[in-house]
Design a protein around this ligand. Structure first.
Ligand code: ADP
Ligand code: MG
Length: 676
């Protein structure tokens, strides 16, 4: 029986050699071939050159009026030139590197040429000579290589389509296709390869994109359903009164957003299902106290909790603030980082194993082999974007059934939230505690650096502290340090002795970093010159100003994150970006960050401005590769496709409904999500 999974070798004309060549293009099966879509289309309908614009691709019909001359130059390079006449106008035509075309040219004979029009020279740079039959009006152009030519691919697709078109059945339920005016799968494939108009191709592509996103989203839903198997061990029977009392003794009232996410998390903990939740909240939105409540709930049920931070400074800050918050609670804290001495470690491990220690705070040292837990009920990961999926998993595997709470301050653009974290439930803290004043951000060119320095001086004189972030020229600690040192010297020369200037960079030892950060926090110095190591975490409420040199070298999300280091107290805070962006995109980015304090808006903007195809960084961190759809440019389609998939999967019986038979069948054989 034939199926779309058949090897392309079944097609006439595909021998071993051609098969290997097709495989190289990623074409193995008939299905691969039929979904090998054109890169672009050439419009081959005749154009009027008197109205065509310079550089336009045109098809023209004329008469050859001069004998063609063929000249060779270099190795294998050639130029074929002649003139044609179209409605009394004479044009030069050149073809490069297609010497064989000379044979097709005959004086006085009509000819149809497709090429690029050069208006200034009244010339056409030819791409091909057409034979003028009807099928030539709209031509699909496929990505090809030396071994498999355009024409071959086209021919094979045509062949496969005629032989297999009756197998192109619909996977997307009918009602869904009607709702979004999508074409049938059969017509989609037909109209993408053999469109009768540009519109027809466009419409078909819309369906193909929807289909790709929708099937991806359905797979995510299935993944989520498998992860959610009932695990009685994951149930946390926490003490409600303890939590109430804890909230009451806090020096502030939770914001409505904090309260909402606390409710979501506690509901997850109570259920006999492993929690897999992502907590998103902008810098300063108060995620730590939310984590504290989840931790206290876990401990009140007699289980252990762990919290993992990306740096030692941050782990220590957490250990200190939890020690304070939990002073009156039966919580035994251990701090376990790379800096923990072997001796202290040896003493600590048994009490983690026997459950005496019930809150373990640390860095990735937390999931090393030697660390055994008694009953790890909750693992919190702070600044989760700093960790890979594997590290998340490793910590998860430390317990038999551990609830996971991943926290991030990097607002995840909707695109990535769906494509990378779609298997997690998401909670969002979308408001800042009251009384915070939005950070005032300005962008100035480097020629005006002096005005920034004058502003810094004014702030220092008013008793505030200032961060100075040094340029990121390369992703190299050594080079970044050199920049930091240069700026450090400059600031010392300007501001000392009236104020002291400190330095923090990535090549310092963790101890030195901690010391520098602690000194700044204690106001031992008033200006801290730093590299991006300050990006995550430490609170210095008295610092209200940040100056960022060469700001256009940073990503928007990173600038937003850095800027979040100020604006933590009640004073008005400021961020001054010094940058001379070279192009319009750079300028747009600076305007965006100066104009908005909304992290979500900025992160989506960041993705948009990086442009299609330039999201490699995210791809490396696990963003799936889509064939036709672009998760950034086609965000609207992605969003609705994802919504529909969620809605369908919400009904646990969806697979049994007649309308979903084909969908269920398809997913059964294509369950896995590939990210390569
Ligand atoms: P982030 O979400 O960036 O980790 P933190 O948890 O460090 O933010 O909180 C930032 C600061 O805001 C801390 O000093 C914290 O004590 C304070 N804070 C948290 N929640 C509130 C609230 N509801 N009202 C006032 N201050 C709060
Ligand atoms: Mg934090």
């Amino acid at each position: 029986m034939r199926s779309l999974g058949d090897s392309v070798a079944v097609l006439k004309g595909v021998g071993q050699k051609r098969l290997t060549a097709l495989n190289k293009l990623g074409i193995n099966t008939i299905n691969d071939l039929l979904t090998y879509f054109p890169r672009r289309y050439d419009d081959l309908s005749l154009k009027d050159l008197t109205t065509a614009v310079d550089g336009q691709k045109v098809t023209v019909k004329g008469q050859v009026i001069t004998a063609p001359t063929l000249s060779f130059f270099g190795r294998k390079k050639s130029r074929l030139s002649f003139r044609i006449i179209i409605n009394d106008n004479i044009y030069n035509v050149t073809f490069f590197n297609q010497p064989w075309l000379k044979k097709q040219l005959e004086l006085e004979k009509p000819i149809i040429i497709f090429g690029t029009f050069d208006r200034n020279h009244n010339q056409i740079q030819g791409m091909k000579i057409l034979n003028g039959d009807k099928s030539d009006t709209y031509d699909s152009i496929y990505p090809s290589n030396k071994e498999v030519k355009q024409a071959t691919i086209k021919q094979l697709i045509q062949l496969a389509f005629t032989q297999y078109e009756n197998l192109l059945i619909d996977i997307i339920p009918d009602w869904l296709r009607k709702k979004y005016r999508l074409e049938s799968f059969h017509d989609t494939i037909q109209n993408i390869h053999f469109p009768t108009s540009p519109m027809a191709a466009q419409k078909a592509f819309r369906t193909a994109k929807f289909m790709e996103f929708f099937l991806f989203a359905m797979k995510l839903q299935l993944l989520k359903a498998t992860q959610r198997q009932i695990e009685p061990a994951a149930q946390i029977a926490y003490d409600t009164n303890r939590i109430k009392a804890f909230k009451q003794q806090l020096s502030f009232k939770l914001t409505a957003a904090q309260q909402k996410v606390v409710t979501e998390i506690l509901a997850d903990l109570r259920r006999p299902i492993e929690m897999n939740r992502l907590l998103q909240g902008d810098v300063g939105s108060g995620k730590t106290v939310v984590a504290a409540i989840a931790i206290l709930a876990t401990i009140s049920a007699g289980k252990q909790a762990a919290i993992m931070a990306p740096t030692e400074i941050l782990a220590e800050q957490h250990a200190n603030s939890f020690a304070k918050m939990f002073a009156d609670q039966p919580v035994n804290i251990a701090l376990l980082t790379g800096a923990t001495s072997a001796l202290a470690r040896r003493a600590m491990l048994p009490s983690i194993k026997n459950g005496e220690v019930n809150l373990i705070v640390g860095t990735h040292a937390l999931f090393q082999d030697q660390v055994d837990y008694d009953d790890l009920g909750l693992a919190v990961i702070d600044e989760q974007h700093r960790f890979g999926v594997n590290q998340r998993q490793a910590l998860h595997q430390k317990g038999t059934s551990t609830n996971m709470l991943a926290m991030t301050a990097t607002p995840i653009p909707r695109t990535l939230a769906i494509t990378m974290y779609g298997d997690m439930d998401v909670s969002v803290i979308d408001e800042l505690p009251q009384g915070r004043k939005p950070i005032k951000t300005t962008w100035i060119p480097s020629a005006k650096t002096n005005s920034a320095l004058a502003f810094v001086k004014k702030q220092l004189e008013a008793g505030s502290q200032v961060y100075v972030v040094t340029p990121l020229i390369e992703e190299s600690e050594a080079v970044d340090m050199k920049n930091a040192l240069a700026i450090f010297e400059r600031f010392k020369a300007i501001f000392e002795p009236a104020f002291s200037v400190g330095l923090l960079h990535g090549q310092m030892s963790d101890q030195q970093k901690d010391a520098a950060m602690a000194d700044f926090k204690n106001n031992a110095f008033q200006v801290l010159v730093a590299t991006t190591v300050i990006e995550v975490g430490v609170d210095v409420a008295n610092a209200n100003t940040m100056v960022i040199f060469d700001a256009d070298h940073f990503g928007l999300a990173q600038l937003h994150q850095l800027r979040g280091r100020v604006g933590r107290g009640s004073k008005q805070s400021y961020c001054i970006l010094i940058a001379d962006p070279k192009n319009t995109i750079g300028k747009k980015r600076m305007k965006a960050i100066a104009g908005s304090t909304d992290g979500f808006f900025l992160s989506q903007k960041d993705l948009e401005l990086r442009g299609q195809g330039d999201i490699t960084g995210y791809k490396q961190s696990g963003m799936p590769d889509f064939k036709v759809a672009d998760p950034v440019g086609d965000l609207n389609i992605l969003t609705v496709a994802n919504q529909e998939a969620q809605e369908i999967a919400q009904n646990s019986d969806w697979q049994k409904k007649p309308e979903n038979v084909q969908l269920a069948k398809y997913l059964k054989y294509h369950q896995t999500i590939t990210t390569d």
